[in-house]
Design a protein around this ligand. Structure first.
Ligand SMILES: [Zn+2]
Length: 306
């Protein structure tokens, strides 16, 4: 099975602390790297956790609060200085392209590589990238400014051919692609070997949902139903529920409720307020509702469960 995992680079909300950086994470899927949000200092975290910087092919910015994108211009500059020529795809809400261009204009920066920018409509869900292996779509969230989460979904792979049976029935090599496409095989004596006896079904596709800044949003559940791994912000504990409401954030209990209602397999909570030195109360609060909850810890890798 191909690796599908998430490395947390930052999990602090608003301001960094000595222990926690602002939001950023790398999604690694089938040996491809995607950066999701890019708070200040993300490129230092990328170095610290030995992520291959130039391998990043697409960057997704959820919204234009500084703790989610202020590291971007620095990261783009470093890619340029280190000789990148490969095109980079950047996805974000309206305004992001203008912010980058104005910074490059006044610093007289001319990147060696092209940035392909896709503006996200944060009001609805849509597929923003798709190929034969995966699709990435947006998740509309409710925050003080336009904000979008991202859903990474594997596609169903072709069935694998059982090599032992190929040898047993002496099936010629040139016939393998037909079996992969669903054909049966007829032996010289006319016996038909059904396709399902020659193939191993592919594993069920996995999915990962990144829900960054949002107030408690029960409507989310239909969009992220049954995802294998959910990252949901949990800025506060229930004690500060009113503060969460005012600032369009969620509590750990609310994140857990979303996970429970959407029947996800595993929940990672993050985007913690800098007021919490010890994150145990947030974890306890979430686990009381959804037991399979983990704290986002910087440098930790979360495998998307099967
Ligand atoms: Zn925000």
């Amino acid at each position: 099975m191909h690796p599908f995992e998430v490395t947390i680079l930052g999990c602090s909300s608003a301001t960094p602390t000595s222990e926690r950086n602002p939001s950023a994470q790398v999604v690694s899927l089938h040996d491809r790297l995607f950066l999701v949000d890019c708070g200040e200092g993300t490129q230092i975290q990328i170095r610290k956790y030995k992520i291959k910087l130039q391998k990043l092919e697409r960057i997704f910015i959820s919204h234009l609060h500084g703790d989610h994108y202020l590291g971007l211009v620095g990261l783009l500059g470093t890619m340029h200085l280190l000789g990148r020529t490969k095109e980079l795809h950047l996805y974000g809400p309206a305004g992001l392209k203008e912010i980058i261009e104005i910074q490059h204009k006044y610093s007289e920066t001319y990147l060696r590589y092209n940035i392909q920018f896709t503006e996200i409509d944060t009001k609805c869900t849509s597929i923003i990238f798709e190929d034969e292996q995966l699709s990435i779509s947006t998740i509309p969230l409710s925050h003080r400014v336009p904000c979008s989460g991202f859903l990474f979904q594997e596609k169903l792979a072709a069935p694998r051919v059982d090599k032992d049976l190929l040898a047993k029935y002496k099936i010629p090599f040139e016939y393998i692609h037909k079996i992969k496409a669903g054909d049966d095989f007829t032996l010289p004596d006319g016996t038909i070997i059904a396709n399902n006896l020659l193939t191993i079904p592919p594993p069920a596709p996995r999915s990962y949902a990144y829900c960054s800044d949002t107030c408690y949003l029960p409507e989310l559940t239909s969009l992220i139903n049954n995802v294998n791994l959910l990252y949901h912000e949990a800025t506060f504990t229930e004690e500060l529920r009113e503060r969460a409401k005012e600032t369009f954030h969620s509590t750990a209990a609310q994140a857990a409720k979303i996970a429970e209602q959407a029947q996800v397999k595993q929940l990672v909570i993050g985007h913690f307020s800098a007021r919490y030195n010890d994150l145990t109360p947030l974890l306890n609060e979430a686990q009381a509702i959804f037991n399979n909850t983990f704290l986002a810890i910087e440098g930790a890798i979360y495998k998307v469960p099967e």
